[in-house]
Design a protein around this ligand. Structure first.
Ligand SMILES: Cc1ncc(COP(=O)(O)O)c(C=O)c1O
Length: 427
């Protein structure tokens, strides 16, 4: 499906629905994280409280965190306050201290050294830094999946056009994690330089076995890049332990940060391999134009340059704090409880085919399904009429609907999806 068609479909429906009125749920809003009630992931009241920390309207169920996450007031307040503070004096507010603080929190979240993290504007920017920074030349082969998001397709295709790299594809198997490792292994040749795969696919939300793939890549002296747009902020993991060479994510999906924020992880040993190509102020650790000398910054900061928005970065830091206040294990517990109910419920409905993996350890909080009798765009329209904001998945010819469940979603919303799926077709 073309992007424009998608937006027309969704916003056509929205124009009819009123976006007014935040209802009484905002009565539970507490603007400071210090005065929150006890965190109890097994208590629906607690999750109602969490929901009330977001300006999200009750008028429609927002089920597209995989596309864009909603930010809580805590994040919005942090962005606004920083913007107000800086605009009063018209300063950038650039501060390596603030950057360090945010990267330290991000390092805790992602399981890596803060010095291995660069700020980016989105997941795609990080992908571009890796793709264009690696020393890849004509005839070098990379392996990726048939289920890539446009953001992890176009940069490699541009490299194919410009430099003549070769792209080899495998279709992810949702049946078995090992089958994916085997499919990758079958594609490896002497010319393979890189494996580029998502942590969780944008199509079915399948969590790929990164650790096993990383072991395979290492044993063959191949780099491993992971597109993490769909996993940071959904569940806890440790990048050092996963063993990939680089990982790119965004702040504006599951992390619930401001739009146009992202994080790129580059393993320390890879900093001199992945060349910094877009550079300027902050990329260096000393330079002399007259002498023709330049030292790159010793950390992943070398990939950053020029004037940036401090309010957005501070907002990203606030988003990480917000999730850490709940606890990533609790976040995942909630996301998984909702998505598991959805997965099980959908599987009971005649003509509905769930494409997301049946294996719990490979299933994320993205559940994708189709209807044997109803084309997916018509199905999406039907769900729109229940005020359900979903995402159509055309990547890889999947042609299905994707539902994301995150901490602000409720079991009532999941039941509404099931009811809409049930009424999509009458024999
Ligand atoms: C797997 C995957 N990669 C990359 C992207 C692009 O993310 P961004 O818009 O932050 O560049 C997305 C967005 O949906 C995605 O799902």
């Amino acid at each position: 499906m073309r992007r424009n068609d998608f937006f027309k479909t969704v916003f056509g429906t929205l124009a009819v629905a009123s976006l007014q009125g935040f209802s009484t749920k905002n009565a539970g809003l507490i603007r400071s994280l210090d005065t929150w009630p006890t965190i109890n992931p097994d208590d629906e009241q607690f999750w109602r409280f969490v929901r009330s920390q977001f300006p999200l309207t009750d008028e429609r169920a927002y089920l597209n965190t995989g596309g864009l996450g909603a930010s809580p007031y805590f994040v919005i307040d942090a962005v606004k306050a920083k913007m107000d503070e800086l605009e009063r004096v018209s300063e950038t507010g650039h501060s390596e201290e603030i950057w360090k603080e945010i990267k330290t929190a991000a390092g805790q979240l992602l399981g890596c050294d803060p010095e291995e993290i660069a700020f980016t504007r989105n997941a795609t920017e990080g992908i571009n830094i890796v793709c264009n920074g690696l020393p890849l030349k004509r005839g070098d082969e990379i392996i990726t999946t048939t289920h890539e998001h446009v953001g992890n397709s176009v940069p490699w295709l541009a490299l194919l056009k410009r430099e003549g790299i070769v792209i080899k594809l495998f279709e992810p198997s949702t049946e078995s994690a090992q089958e994916n490792v085997d499919r990758i292994e079958k594609l490896i040749t002497k010319k393979t330089r890189l494996i580029s795969i998502p942590h969780a696919t944008t199509t079915t939300g399948q969590i790929l076995p990164i650790k096993q793939i990383s072991a395979l890549a290492k044993s063959r002296n191949i780099w491993l890049f992971v597109d993490g747009a769909q996993t940071a902020g959904m569940f806890a993991f440790n990048l050092t332990d996963l063993g990939c060479d680089a990982y790119s994510t965004c702040g504006h999906k599951w992390l619930l940060g401001p739009k146009e924020t992202g994080l790129l992880y580059v393993r320390k040993e890879m900093l001199d391999v992945i060349q910094a190509k877009f550079v300027g102020a902050y990329s260096d650790d000393g330079f002399d134009l007259a002498k023709g000398t330049l030292n790159f910054h010793p950390t992943a900061q070398r990939y950053e340059y020029g004037t940036v928005s401090i309010p957005l970065r501070v907002g990203l830091g606030a988003a990480i704090k917000f999730l850490q206040r709940i606890g990533m294990d609790n976040v995942w517990k909630r996301d998984q409880a909702l998505s598991t109910r959805l997965f099980n419920g959908l599987r009971q409905i005649p003509y509905v085919k769930v494409l997301s993996p049946a294996n719990d350890s490979e299933r994320s909080a993205l559940i994708t399904f189709k209807h044997e009798k109803v084309p997916y765009l018509a199905l999406q329209n039907h769900l729109n009429s229940y005020n359900l904001r979903t995402r159509g998945v055309s990547e890889g010819g999947v042609n299905a609907l994707r539902i994301s469940t995150h901490i602000y979603n409720t079991f009532e919303e999941v039941e509404r999806v099931l009811e809409a799926a049930r009424t999509a077709w009458k024999d």
